[in-house]
Design a protein around this ligand. Structure first.
Ligand code: HEM
Length: 403
């Protein structure tokens, strides 16, 4: 990956451009120095790329609202966005109410309690992969585990999981060149809604110890979540927590492969795994940007974003800001400043699943390090996903040497 910026060409940041999917970082570097308040006229949005501005943008939900959704995809944009994105696409006070109620069920304890089960699920996949010696890190492992874990959390029976994974894949999958939710994705969304409605109806009759049951009982001063709100949240977990975690695992695997010195440290000591996860989140995070809408004119860096305009917060760029991360284009495990990463957002919308994503990545990678002496990836078989905000791989053909 090259990270030197060619400043002789006009500066264009277009998240739909495949060149950007290959390597957005040289463009981010130019945005930070040449146009920290960048305007893409053709696509009609503004972009903020400096760490300071991205963080301030996350903080300022009054001027930069989430109420029209956080994606640039047209179908996911508009005042209806919260119907599929739940409180991710709400501002205060509605956001606070929903998040507080959901947090009564989605507790740190519930996440921690998942660890043994995550380890068990991981071992099944790792065992099968090691038996074969070569496997697709995404298709055979990283693409499967997160949906299993979310299903486990929600209480989806094992027998239904393959079908739910198929629907979730259809929902987030985009063919090359498609810039919106395709009809198959819409159809899959409807089927998921029907499935979750039935599940909620069953739990109403008989509670179990899963998150769905806990959400039915969540209450603050007599206020409770209704069925639509619970469905919206279950849906949000699939959309926000599934692909992002798959990509985090894949990006960790890929960058350790590309960085032999760091890989040697990782494979020599499982204690290093959390640092591997954090540096991956910084260096090449799965959620590259979040969109907002300006509620009024916003003056920034000598320009003005007119009220009503779309603004994107470039997390992927903030994490490479040399003002915060020295030598930002080097993948390095020992970074004292790593706590500054914005990969899970900041402020009131800070990722509710961050501890689950971290737990899952740590357990999954620890289990691999336990049994893998070294590994190689076949460069000819590597495939990237083409998405405007999710960054990662669709295929990483891997061969492993067992310990
Ligand atoms: C590597 C994995 C993940 C990344 C990079 C990630 C990233 C993010 C980011 C950047 C936000 C803030 C969005 C904004 O400000 O507009 C967010 C919000 C959220 N994430 Fe995650 N996420 C990950 C995994 C998960 C998981 C596993 C779950 C749940 C199972 C989850 C659930 C949520 C929810 C519910 C929100 C909305 C919070 C709110 O609006 O108050 N995420 N995530």
């Amino acid at each position: 990956m090259t990270t030197t910026a060619d400043t002789s060409t006009p500066l264009v940041y277009d998240p739909y451009d495949y060149v950007m999917h290959e390597d957005p970082y040289p463009t981010y570097a130019r945005l930070r120095t040449e146009a920290p308040l960048y305007r893409n006229e053709a696509r009609g949005f503004w972009a903020l790329s400096l760490h300071e501005d991205v963080m301030a943008g996350f903080r300022d939900s009054e001027q930069l609202s989430s109420a029209h959704g956080v994606s640039l995809d047209p179908a996911a944009t508009g005042p209806h966005a919260h119907k599929t994105m739940s409180f991710l696409a709400l501002d205060p006070p509605r956001h606070g109410r929903m998040r507080a109620l959901v947090s009564r069920g989605f507790t740190p304890r519930r996440v921690l309690d998942l660890e043994p089960r995550i380890r068990e699920l991981t071992r099944q996949y790792v065992h099968a992969a090691m038996e074969r010696g070569s496997f697709d890190f995404i298709g055979d492992f990283a693409g499967r585990l997160p949906m299993d874990v979310i299903s486990e959390l929600m209480g989806v029976p094992v027998a239904d999981r393959a079908e739910l994974r198929r629907l979730a894949d259809l929902l987030v999958h985009r063919e090359d060149g498609v810039h919106d939710v395709p009809p198959e994705g819409m159809e899959a969304a409807l089927q998921l809604v029907v499935y979750y409605s039935d599940m909620i109806a069953q739990r109403r009759l008989r509670r179990t110890d899963d998150l769905t049951s806990a959400l039915l009982d969540a209450e603050i001063e007599g206020d409770r979540l209704n069925d639509d709100e619970i469905i919206g949240f279950l849906f949000l977990m699939v959309v926000a927590g599934n692909e992002t975690t798959t990509k985090l695992l894949g990006n960790a695997w890929y960058w350790a492969w590309r960085s032999p010195d760091e890989r040697a440290k990782i494979l020599a000591d499982p204690e290093v795994v959390p640092a591997w996860v954090e540096e991956t989140l910084r260096y090449d995070t799965s959620t590259q940007m979040l969109a907002r809408i300006a509620t009024a004119d916003v003056a920034l860096r000598g320009g003005v974003i007119p009220g009503g305009d779309r603004v994107v917060l470039l997390v992927g760029s903030a994490n490479r800001d040399p003002g915060v991360f020295p030598d930002p284009d080097v993948f390095r495990l020992d970074r004292p400043e790593i706590g500054q990463i914005l990969s899970f957002g900041f402020g009131r919308h800070f990722c509710l699943g961050a501890s689950l994503a971290r737990l899952e990545a740590r357990v999954a990678l620890e289990e691999l390090v336990r049994v893998v002496a070294d590994y190689d990836i076949d460069p000819a078989g590597i495939e990237r996903v083409h998405s405007i905000n999710v960054r990662g791989f669709a295929a990483l053909p891997t061969s492993v040497t067992a310990r």
